[in-house]
Ligand binder design. Structure first.
Ligand SMILES: C[S@@+](CC[C@H](N)C(=O)[O-])C[C@H]1O[C@@H](n2cnc3c(N)ncnc32)[C@H](O)[C@@H]1O
Length: 244
C-alpha cells in the first residue's frame, strides 16, 4: 500500500496553505509511514523533512519513493519512537502528524510535542473525530470497540487549547481521500484474506471490511479532522520568567 491511512496530497497541500508561513527550518513528520505526506511536504516546501517512524520497513519504502521522485536530498528518515521527538528535535518549526497521533493518544501526543515546538512554531495533527452528537447505533458500536477514545472535534479543540496551543484552523479530510488509493485498494485485499488459514488474519480482514461498510453508511458522522495549531510566541513576562 502506498497509503497507510486515509489521506491525499490535495488535502495535505490545502492544509499547508492554511499556515500563515511558508518557510520552516525544521520540519518533522511524526508517524510518517511510507511517507505520502512527507513527499508532498518536501516537494511543496522544497525543504528537508525529517520522517519519524518506528517501522524500518515503512522507512525503507519511503527512502525508495523519495529516490524515485528525485526528492532524496529533501527527506531524512529516523527510526525512533514519536514519543521521543522532543529529545531528538528540540526546536521544531513545523510538526506534521497525519493519521498517527492516536498511537500515543491525541492529548498525550499534543502535550509531548508542545515541548519540542519552538515558540511561534506550528503543529498540524489529524485525528479521527466525531462530527455530530447523534450517531447511528451501528456506527457508535463499531468505534466503541475499534477506537473507544474517539472524541468530538470540539473536545479535541479543547484538548489542543489546554495543551497550550492557539487554534489556527481546522480542515475535514475529503471523502475522496478515504477511497482513492486507500479503501479502493484495501477492500479487494481484505476480501482475498477472508479465507486465510490464520484466524487473526481472517478477523483483521473482516474488521477492515466492516470499517469500509460503516464508512459507506456513516454519512458524515465522523471524519479525519486536521487541527492546525500554533505554539504562542513567548510574551515579555514569560521571557523574564525563563531568564530569571
Ligand atoms: C496509520 S499509519 C499513517 C502513516 C502516514 N502518516 C499516513 O498518513 O499515511 C501510522 C504510522 O505510525 C507509525 N507508528 C506507530 N506508533 C509509532 C510510534 N510510537 N512512533 C513512531 N511511529 C509510530 C506506524 O509504524 C505507521 O507507519
Amino acid at each position: 500500500m502506498e497509503k497507510l491511512g486515509p489521506g491525499s496530497n490535495a488535502d495535505t497541500l490545502q492544509v499547508l496553505a492554511m499556515i500563515p508561513h511558508d518557510a520552516f527550518a525544521v520540519i518533522v513528520d511524526a508517524g510518517s509511514g511510507v511517507g505520502r505526506q512527507t513527499l508532498a511536504l518536501a516537494n511543496g516546501l522544497r525543504t528537508r523533512v525529517h520522517a519519524v517512524d518506528t517501522s524500518e520497513r515503512h522507512l525503507a519504502s519511503l527512502a525508495r519513493y523519495s529516490a524515485e521522485s528525485g526528492l532524496e536530498h529533501l527527506v531524512e528518515t529516523h527510526c525512533i519512537d514519536m514519543a521521543d521527538i522532543p529529545q531528538t528535535f528540540p526546536e521544531i518549526d513545523l510538526l506534521w502528524a497525519e493519521c498517527a497521533a492516536y498511537h500515543m493518544g491525541f492529548p498525550n501526543a499534543l502535550k509531548t510535542w508542545f515541548r519540542a515546538i519552538r515558540p511561534g512554531g506550528y503543529a498540524v495533527v489529524s485525528e479521527l473525530s466525531w462530527l455530530r452528537e447523534e450517531v447511528p447505533d451501528p456506527v457508535r458500536a463499531y468505534f466503541q470497540s475499534g477506537y473507544p477514545d474517539m472524541r468530538t472535534a470540539d473536545q479535541n479543540l479543547a484538548i489542543a487549547r489546554d495543551a497550550g496551543y492557539d487554534v489556527i484552523a481546522t480542515h475535514l479530510l475529503s471523502k475522496a481521500a478515504w477511497i482513492d488509493g486507500y479503501y479502493d485498494k484495501l477492500e479487494p485485499l481484505a476480501k482475498s484474506l477472508l479465507q486465510h488459514p490464520e484466524q487473526a488474519v481472517r478477523n483483521f480482514a473482516d474488521q477492515t471490511l466492516k470499517g469500509i461498510r460503516i464508512f459507506d453508511s456513516a454519512e458524515g458522522n465522523y471524519g479525519y479532522v486536521f487541527y492546525v495549531l500554533r505554539k504562542p510566541e513567548l510574551t515579555s513576562t514569560a521571557v523574564c520568567k525563563q531568564t530569571t
